[in-house]
Each structure stands twice: as C-alpha cells, then as structure tokens.
Design a protein around this ligand. Sequence first.
Ligand code: G1P
Ligand code: ZN
Length: 581
Amino acid sequence: MAMFKVSRVETTPFEGQKPGTSGLRKKVKVFKQPKYLENFVQSTFNALGAEKVRGATLVVSGDGRYFSKDAIQIIIKMSAANGVRRVWVGLNGLMSTPAVSGVIRDRVAADGSKANGAFILTASHNPGGPTEDFGIKYNMENGGPAPEGITNKIYEITTTIKEYLIAEDLPDVDISAVGVTSFTGPEGQFDVDVFDSTTDYVKLMKSIFDFQCIQKLLSSPNFTFCYDALHGVAGVYAKRIFVDELGAKESSLLNCVPKEDFGGGHPDPNLTYAKELVARMGLSKTHPESNPPEFGAAADGDADRNMVLGKRFFVTPSDSVAIIAANAVAAIPYFSGGLKGVARSMPTSAALDVVAKHLNLKFFEVPTGWKFFGNLMDAGMCSVCGEESFGTGSDHIREKDGIWAVLAWLNILAHKNKDLSGKLVTVEDIVRQHWATYGRHYYTRYDYENVDASGAKELMAHLVKLQSSLDEVNKIVAGIRNDVSKVVHGDEFEYKDPVDGSISSHQGIRYLFEDGSRLVFRLSGTGSEGATIRLYIEQYEKDASKIGRESADALAPLVEVALKLSKMQEFTGRSAPTVIT
Ligand code: G1P
Ligand code: ZN
C-alpha cells in the first residue's frame, strides 16, 4: 500500500468565494488559479470541523465539465491529508447531482459505513469549457445542499484562511476504471473507490416507478419518445434506463455522450437552448418537423433539471409539478400511500396551490433554491416539489431530479394508456384536462443576463421604493394599461422555515394583483459574471372558455406593465430579455 505524507501549504484568501444559490460558480480561469480550489475545499473542511471530517466517507464527482478531472485529484489529495477515511468517485468522475444525493443516502460500504457528504463538481446549466464555468458545492449527510449556516461559515473562513492540508505525494488515482485503491497516511488507511453509479440509480428509480408499465408504453408502436441530455451527465443514465431497461430505441437519445464543453452548447433544458429537441418535437418555427415524437424531454448539465414536451407542445415546469402531484397517487407506486405534502418555490406559478387545495394537501411556498425543500422532506412534511426553473423532484432524495421527472411523466402516461388499443392519451391531453379541472396559470419568465450590477441594484431599489404607496403604483399601472387588475399587495418575500425557524429575507420583490396575477422580480444567485435579473409573470384563468389562448398573448398586458413599472430599459439598457421561458 503506497504511503503518503501530509503537507501544510501556506495560502492567502481570495475574494468572492461566497457560495450562491447552489454552490460556488466561477469562470474556469478563476478556479484554475493556484490555491483557489484548495482554499475553498479547506474552508469547507474547516467549516464542517475536524471531528466530522476525520474518518468520513465523502463522495467526489460531478457533471464531467472541463477542469473536473483535475479538481477531483486535488480534492482526493486534500481529503487524504484531512483524515478522510474514503472517497467515492463515479466512473470517469461522472455522477449526476441527483445520483450523488441518492448515493449519500443509500450506498453502503463493505464495512457498513455510509457517506457523510459530497463535493459535487458542477455549474449546473451554465456552459463548460476552458473559457466557461466551473462550480463546486457541498452536500450534507441527508443528501441535500449545505444549509446557509454552513455556506456562510465556509465563506467566512475563505476570508481569513492561512493554510491548507494536502497529500502532495499521493499519486493521481485512475478514475477511468472501477476499483478500490488504498493508501496509508499518518492517520491510517485511505481508500479511493471508483464505481459506476448508474447501477445504484437504476435501483432507486425501480423502487419508485412501475417499470413494467412504462416499458409497455415505450414499446408500443403508438408511442414515440426522444431524450436530449445536451451532452451533460444525464446521457449516462438515459442510456441505461430508457434504452437498456425500458426498451426505447437507441435513436431516441440525442446528445447523450457527456462532453467537457457540452458540445459548445448551453446545457440548459429550455425552449431557447435545447434547440435540437425543440425542432425534433415540432416546436421550431424555422425547422418544421412533419412527424414529431409523442414525448420529448431534456436535462441540464448535471441532470437535476428537466424539460417535458409533448408533440408540438410545451409543458411549463410550474404546470408539470402540479400535474405530477395531481396524478402521483394513482399512477406512481412510490406515492400510492398518499402525499405528505407539496411545495413550490415562491416565483413558481400557483398551479400547485390549486391542486393542493383540491386534494387537501399540506402546502408550502419557499424561497428559490432546492435547499429549502430539504428541511420539509426531512420532517416528513413534503413528498413532491418543484420550481419554475425546470426543477421537479420528490423526497426520494434531497435534490431535484431530471430523470425522475421524466419517469414520473412516463408513468402517468403509461397509467392513462393502460388500454393501449384505444386512442393514445397524449401529453397535451393530460395538460388540457388538468387546466379544465383546475384552471390555467399562464406563465412566463424573462431573464436579463449579465447586466451591469449597479443598474440591476438600482432597479430593485426602485421597485421596493414604489411599494411604499400602492395608490401610486396603481396610478402608474392604470396609466400603462387599463386591462389589468389592481395591485393589492407588494412586498419582499420573506420565509420562516417551519422546521428550524430560520428566516430568509429579501427573497424577491412581489406585486400581487386582485385577480391572482403576480409579478416577481429577483436577482439571480447562480450567475458567475455581472448580474442577472429575473422577471416572473403569471396570470390565473379559471374560465374554461379562456384557457386555450397563446401564452404570450394572454400575458402581453402584464408584461407591458412589468417592463414599464420597473423601468427595465432605463436601468439595464436592454430592450429585450436574453432568454424567455
Ligand atoms: C436558479 C433558479 C433556481 C434554481 C437554481 C439552481 O437560481 O432560478 O430556481 O434552484 O438556479 O438550479 P437563480 O439563478 O435564479 O438564483
Ligand atoms: Zn443543474
């Protein structure tokens, strides 16, 4: 067994190592600065405390983006030096964010021990490559992202850090082959266990969904299917699950080979960036497709996001979580005993609220970011949750789960099409039926990416100031359009966690209208450069004769009000958003 020594390396703090909505994300060139990653990793170890780190089992893997392989070797050497007992690495360093969460919760080492946490190397849906983004985040023992208490502590430590520990003489571990490599250090044995995480993930999915029923649907000639991994890590799991287990054709997989730069694309599953899928599903105006598949879906880089499409039909993520919640008990075996509760992030549309009310379910509205759902799930208060940002999931893990969401839809479709001899019940049928029952929430999000940070701040301050007089706001609104209802409430969203009582303030500026419409403005917490303003626009329509409109037409009056009320162009210099979802 190779021996290693521990070196203490002097260092000085780097500015700006504050984890955002989901970990620390920066340009690769920032992460590549000597000691940059090391400082953050050591600060994390210090924040957790030596007693938690010594003897621990840690997962270290990610979405395979550029710089991941170097980062994994650095973290292995630092784990060894900090007294970690073993590190689990996905084959080729690949593991989706949801798979990591599942591995932390369920995988057991030969000696019976389980993982204590994970470093996940991803910048999620941000592009990858030498000039693009890298990211790192720490997940806790419950499989969920570190809570703010820990991330704040990590940040504090990064501002004063003086040294880090590393086993410089530990040879690089071959992560391209499954197997355990053992070393001996001052504190005893240290193992690096490289394994194929798809096996664990398939097992988890099989314990939730009715694979037999889905397989029948996928093998029916009536049903055609397409999945786009956008060259992210989802491709590895998609091949195993959709093709090997469920019998989909190999040709139904698009971009399912993970690439360090995601093929030069933006691995974000939405109508703008998932271009190939959007065209294949018949939703591209410039590339009309004569015979699109019945079902299409895409994932982001680390496979926690999902976009679900029907033939020439887009399902909004806000509708998706509501529809899954409404059908879960009947269609998905894991939920057959009932739902403990449901939750959504604040800017997500209120479609889920209506389902919760109808089904008499516990309901929670939390700030943006998945970590807020974890506490509710740990306390047994929530089964299904979602965000408008293409995130959907359940309490099987503590992250959103892109493939889970696709399987949930397939299971619902399979359930509704048990009798395959009749006419196929399509994705669009399910959504329209849902609107007819619960009403429709027209919804859109405008993103203004990489705008000048001071302009963005001024815009937000302007919106807060306006809220001091609703009379004034309503005068302005009436001057812009006479066909929108009155603003009846304005605030900055604040959340008190019902489990631990912690308070999160300044979570987005809200304007609530008399007819249930909403405008929400937030600054993104995941960008790596400048500021990103997100504007969320929503309108509820109960009248069945009005639920079939084009979303953009239905929302046009509110959009105009939002842009003029916020003086968007004045503050940002932008006449149009970067992305509309
Ligand atoms: C964005 C999304 C948010 C999601 C997060 C991580 O955060 O809006 O819903 O949880 O990415 O995937 P934001 O950039 O808005 O802070
Ligand atoms: Zn992601």
